[in-house]
Design a protein around this ligand. Structure first.
Ligand code: NAD
Length: 491
């Protein structure tokens, strides 16, 4: 990694949060952290290794007995303090998320950071409503279930919704009395670092949450394989999920994997077209298409296909690709140079596979001087590809959508289910029976009807097939982070 001493004097070094303190990595080495809108290094991320993970896990183990026995009302109180502090600093965190990730500031301000506040609050309070089951056997015996925290939870989060997903995973772990070692994405570490400082300010006891920054294959791999980490919750790509499944299997760890998607967005001819168009534009391009739930395959019923497509392309062309720090920007930068190259590669592949690019397909002309070296890509609509080609089977995770006509319900169900993924789907129709029928037949962890990405923190969330193992959200998260034990009493 580039390391010029003149630049390092002015550049912020992100610190690990271990045992209640902000500390440098054992190696003293740092990775560059790039602002994708400018294409420039602006801070440095600890390049942590096994030694830092060992220290963090030891701190978390030491903190576990006391934290797990701390009355739940007290855990709630501390977590609510963190949420309040975060809420007071939404603008500061939103700006940091925007610079770190390239997403439009309006999105960070209205979605990412408010959701991080909501995650922290939701799980802080959910523990006060959490009850366990009892199973009486007539009047001879009664079973009751205890649910105890499992120890140190290892948590790994991705770069697309950095603080949003980081808090989605650490909050239920902490609320249920586990202690945590978390590794945020090395591509977007800033807000997890800022959150660590809030935890100190809020009085979270040392060792309860530890945040160790670094590379996946080194820091992340050391965390998930650690013998004293019995629980692993991961959100990220399917290939990484596979390697985590392999690394955790020999120790029979409890593992939750939330992974990639290639989600169908299905528009029937009887849909409210205005609603379907607006929803499909959002589903295709929100966060530059870098949401695991984005509808990257847009299926449109044949009888309205051409009319729908014309309007969809016209609406896509109107999206303002701009400086993420400006309020009017709809589409910011994609997260990195490497990711931009991947997206471009898929557009080239689409052409080789016989697709036509109806709009976008390239980086935009100069946005402004500040962003002249940024990683931008225009929202792109492709047609003419069948469902079997690579572009329609592999996750691109960028502002690229393929539009595919279908003739009837049966055919679109087959098309929708034709990938290895099964994360989410949207159906746009005014036929209520059809909506339920299609929803029941889609291989998908979440189905929205006449909607996209309405998220309720109580519902089970996760994927089927290569999109995930297990569910999180609401009670599912509380159950995941606890160990059930049945106690049977002979009356
Ligand atoms: P990624 O898999 O490359 O990285 C995710 C995290 O895993 C990072 O913190 C990374 O450092 C870490 N990591 C990498 N290799 C590791 C290893 N061998 N052991 C342990 N940790 C390792 O994913 P990404 O590129 O950061 O994120 C994009 C992906 O995440 C997309 O596939 C997207 O669909 C998926 N995603 C899924 C959901 C969901 O809820 N299902 C949500 C958001 C993103």
């Amino acid at each position: 990694m580039a390391d010029d001493s003149r630049r390092n004097k002015t550049m912020e070094n992100i610190a690990n949060y271990i045992n209640g303190e902000m500390v440098a990595p054992a190696s003293g080495e740092y990775l560059d952290n790039v602002d994708p809108a400018r294409g420039e290094v602006y801070s440095r991320v600890p390049d942590s290794d096994e030694r830092d993970i060992d220290k963090a896990v030891a701190a978390a183990r030491q903190a576990f007995p006391e934290w797990s026995k701390t009355p739940s009302a007290q855990r709630t109180k501390i977590m609510l303090r963190i949420a309040d502090l975060l809420e007071q600093r939404i603008d500061e965190f939103a700006r940091a998320e925007c610079i770190d990730n390239g997403k439009p500031i309006s999105l960070a301000r209205t979605l990412d950071i408010p959701r991080a506040v909501a995650n922290t609050r939701f799980f802080a309070t959910s523990i006060t409503h959490f009850a366990t089951e009892a199973h009486p056997i007539d009047d001879t015996a009664i079973n009751y279930t205890l649910r105890n925290p499992r120890g140190v939870a290892g948590i790994i989060s991705p770069w697309n919704l950095p603080l949003y997903l980081f808090t989605w995973k650490i909050s239920p772990a902490l609320a249920t009395g586990n202690t945590v070692v978390a590794k945020p994405s090395e591509i977007t570490p800033m807000t997890a670092y800022m959150y660590s400082r809030l935890c100190i300010e809020a009085g979270l006891p040392p060792g309860v949450l530890n945040v160790v920054h670094g590379q996946g294959a080194k820091t992340g791999a050391a965390l998930v394989a650690h013998r004293d980490v019995p629980t692993v919750s991961f959100t990220g790509g399917t290939r990484t999920g596979q390697s985590i499944a392999i690394a955790t299997a020999p120790r029979f760890k409890k593992v939750s994997l939330e992974m990639g998607g290639k989600n169908p967005n299905i528009v029937f001819a009887d849909a409210n077209l205005e609603q379907a168009l607006a929803g499909s534009v959002r589903a295709s391009f929100a966060n530059q298409g870098q949401v695991c739930l984005c509808g990257s395959r847009l299926f449109v019923e044949q009888s309205i296909h051409d009319r729908f497509l014309d309007r969809f392309v016209a609406m896509t062309r109107k999206l303002n690709v701009g400086d993420p720090l400006e309020d009017g920007t709809d589409q910011g930068a994609v997260v990195s140079r490497q990711h931009l190259e991947k997206i471009k590669g898929y557009v080239e592949l689409a052409k080789q596979e016989g697709g036509q690019v109806l709009c976008g397909g390239k980086s935009p002309d100069l946005i402004n001087d500040r962003c002249k070296d940024g990683h931008f890509f225009e929202p792109t609509v492709i047609t003419g590809l069948n469902t079997a080609c690579r572009v329609n089977r592999e996750e691109i995770f960028g502002p690229v959508v393929c539009v595919i006509p279908f003739k009837d319900e049966q055919q679109v169900i087959e098309y929708a289910n034709s990938t290895d993924y099964g994360l989410s789907a949207s159906i746009w129709t005014n036929d209520i029976s059809r909506a339920h029928r299609v929803a029941a037949n889609l291989q998908s962890g979440t189905v929205w009807i006449n909607a996209w990405m309405i998220r309720d923190l109580r519902v089970p969330f996760g994927g089927m097939k290569s999109s995930g193992v297990g569910r999180e959200g609401g009670l599912e998260s509380l159950r995941f982070f606890t160990e059930p034990k049945n106690v049977c009493v002979n009356i």
